[in-house]
Write a protein that binds this ligand. Structure first.
Ligand SMILES: [Mg+2]
Length: 364
């Protein structure tokens, strides 16, 4: 039997702000764009959540719910530094660490539990060391697979430890609301409800074939997790450093429309690679070779990561504007994705990301 932890920092970005700016403690803090600039809530403190504010909500709506909200612009350098500190703690207990985002990771502590006591004790030690060294609280889920560990970490937030033991797993899943199943987003939840599936017990009534008919390749996953079965290994940080695609033109190009079309094609090819490898990239780099062979690169890092063509193309105009593309002829253009992470291949993962507007040519 494996011992899997899911460690999830509590209101991560907002907690980092409250840690670094003591006057924000106890305040409803929203990290994200301001309402007047049509911003979106990236994260919010528990004080803000009490008013019904949640992430991905338009800031204009958030301020209606919570008029005393304190808006803070994101400070990704601070979040990355905290994330590194958290990973330093993880590494003391296992090399099998699979980050899901800056503030969330699965850990396989099967071996570690032999030297440090039970998996629950390992979770408590990790939480304590994070508190001591990074001055933030985390919640831990403890179970025998990733599916259950992830659900468990959400059960006793904030600053909690929740354990789902093998002998109670099936009963636990039976009473679980379907929206709590990892991979069930709003769209899938609706579909499940339409099929009369509201809990794990309902899900169990459908055969594997029925589930595959309704949910395609995710059907087999639902069939298994409804029974507490999830053999997916904890996949350590990808060894692969980057993925790049580029196009060399026949001549020297200045035409923005041609260049943009080329970039759309490159983004599409990169999306296919990411999809195939179940990866997410946090850094996108634009690579340019001018007609005189001068090489130029411009990068951007986003904690939410890039998965889709839309997300990549939304980031590109900003990078293009930092080059002479469109004014000075180029002979090659490419896009490189780095800072790669494995992701879980759950169906709603993509649609959960806020859809970004398609950038217009005039933007660069
Ligand atoms: Mg979190």
């Amino acid at each position: 039997m494996r011992k899997i932890l899911h460690i999830d920092m509590d209101a991560f970005y907002a907690s980092v702000e409250q840690r670094d700016f003591p006057e924000l403690r106890g305040q409803p803090v929203i990290v994200g764009g301001r309402p007047e600039s049509r911003g979106v809530v990236a994260a919010c403190s528990y004080e803000a959540r009490a008013f019904g504010v949640h992430s991905a909500m338009p800031s204009s709506q958030a301020v209606k719910l919570c008029k005393n909200a304190v808006f803070m612009p994101p400070r990704f350098d601070a979040y990355r530094a905290a994330s590194q500190g958290i990973h330093e703690v993880f590494k003391r207990f296992t090399a099998m660490i699979e980050p899901l985002s800056l503030d969330e990771a699965y850990l396989d502590v099967t071996e570690s539990a032999l030297t440090h006591g039970s998996a629950t004790e390992v979770a408590a030690l990790i939480k304590q060391q994070i508190k001591d060294e990074v001055d933030l609280t985390a919640s831990a889920g403890v179970s025998y697979n990733k599916f259950l560990a992830k659900i468990a970490s959400d059960m006793d937030k904030p600053d909690g430890i929740y354990v789902i033991r093998p002998e109670v797993a099936e009963a636990f899943i039976e009473q679980l609301e379907i929206r709590k199943f990892y991979g069930v987003g709003k769209v899938t939840e609706k579909k499940m409800h339409a099929l009369g599936i509201f809990t794990g017990a309902d899900l169990k009534q459908l055969s594997e074939v029925e589930l595959q008919t309704e949910f395609g390749s995710s059907g087999a996953y639902y069939y298994r997790v409804a029974r507490g079965i999830d053999d997916r290994p904890v996949k350590a940080f990808s060894k692969r450093k980057s993925i790049g695609k580029e196009t060399t033109f026949d001549g020297n190009i200045v035409n923005k429309a041609v260049i943009w079309q080329t970039l759309l094609g490159i983004a599409e090819r990169l999306e296919a690679v990411l999809d195939d490898k179940k990866m997410l990239a946090r850094t996108i780099t634009l690579k340019i070779k001018y007609s005189d062979f001068e090489l130029n690169t411009r990068s951007k890092t986003d904690a939410n990561g890039f998965i889709s063509k839309q997300q990549m193309t939304a980031a590109l105009p900003e990078l293009l504007r930092k080059t002479e593309v469109g004014r000075r002829p180029i002979r090659l253009i490419g896009v490189i994705l780095a800072n790669l992470y494995q992701i879980d291949e759950m169906p709603d993962k993509k649609s959960n990301n806020p859809v970004q507007e398609h950038p217009q040519l005039g933007l660069f």
